[in-house]
Design a binder for this molecule. Structure first.
Ligand code: ATR
Length: 286
């Protein structure tokens, strides 16, 4: 068959794998990036059974797929499955992006850079010499510590419901600057310029037990969740925050970083973030 007739077979295939996956915005985001940059590619969402991750990746590689995004609950399994890792993925202990080159699977993590890009470029913040509180000590928190510390904050406090986990995480990253781990009660006399919610509390309609006085006036409160006003965002609004942000920008920025890794082209994120916000508003009103 001539190249002319074999065109569709040459469309590079990408996908996001997770469980559940139906809610994923990634196909929509990458379709917009592709249209905007003139890249011909196909991006789909694949629901993977628990226990079936390695096989699913093998099948995708065999079908000559070019790249994957990995979401909950497979980011640690992806870390184990790849053949090579970027230094930042190594440090985060998780992989959310895989670049496939024949049998070589390069694992990267773009979540942390997504968060920092959203804070700095989309919301105009500087993190230099700021006092930052990161709530949570699971995978979501771990993935953002290195990029946050690269911004040279004054210090970072990691607080967690189970304090030992926060202390262990702070220890693990202690070479990057001043990082303390603690429970929420120990925050009573402290104040922060930026508070980031990386806990799963918002999923249960809850929030960590933050002391009332822990924000400086005009502080920024950032919830990694998106799609609704969380308990924490509501709390922030009535406790002196000057800026309250959800995680939609982080979602689009991490996708842009994955797209760049795969295609070598940086898409414009602002119109995509706006389009998703408009869709979200429309679906809430509809
Ligand atoms: P992820 O990979 O999304 O970070 P995880 O590893 O299960 O998920 O971690 C969830 C985080 O949210 C943990 O820090 C957890 O605190 P514990 O380590 O004490 O379990 C935190 N978390 C979950 N529900 C919470 C709640 N209702 N209040 C405060 N923290 C909560």
């Amino acid at each position: 068959m001539s190249d002319l007739f074999d065109f569709d077979a040459q469309v590079d295939r990408y996908a996001v794998m997770g469980n559940p996956i139906a809610h994923s915005q990634s196909p929509r985001i990458h379709a917009r990036f592709a249209a905007q940059t003139g890249q011909r590619l196909d991006y789909s969402a694949i629901q993977v059974d628990l226990g079936g991750f390695s096989q699913a990746v093998g099948n995708f590689v065999a079908s000559r797929g070019k790249g994957l995004n990995i979401t909950v609950p497979f980011k640690q399994e992806a870390f184990m499955r790849v053949t090579q890792r970027t230094p930042r993925a190594e440090r985060a202990g998780a992989v959310n992006t895989i670049k496939i080159d024949k049998k070589n699977l390069l694992g990267d993590t773009t979540d942390g850079v997504g968060l920092v890009t959203d804070l700095i470029h989309n919301h105009g913040l500087s993190l230099r010499q700021r006092r930052i509180l990161l709530m949570g000590a699971g995978g979501a928190a771990r993935g953002v510590i290195e990029p946050l510390m690269q911004q040279k904050p004054d210090y970072l406090v990691i607080a967690n419901r189970t304090p030992d986990k926060a202390v262990a995480l702070a220890q693990l990253f202690s070479d990057l600057g001043t990082i303390h781990g603690s429970g929420y009660e120990q925050l009573a006399d402290q104040q922060f310029d930026l508070v980031i919610n990386a806990t799963a509390a918002s999923l249960q309609g809850e929030m960590p037990e933050l002391p009332d006085e822990c924000l400086v006036e005009g502080a920024c409160c950032y919830d990694m969740m998106y799609g609704k006003v969380t308990q924490f965002m509501h709390w922030a609004g009535v406790h002196g925050a000057g800026l309250v942000v959800d995680g939609l920008g982080m979602l689009v920025e991490q996708a842009a970083e994955s797209f760049y890794l795969w295609r070598g082209v940086r898409p414009h994120t602002a119109p995509v973030i706006q389009a998703l916000r408009d869709l979200n508003t429309a679906s809430r009103l509809g």
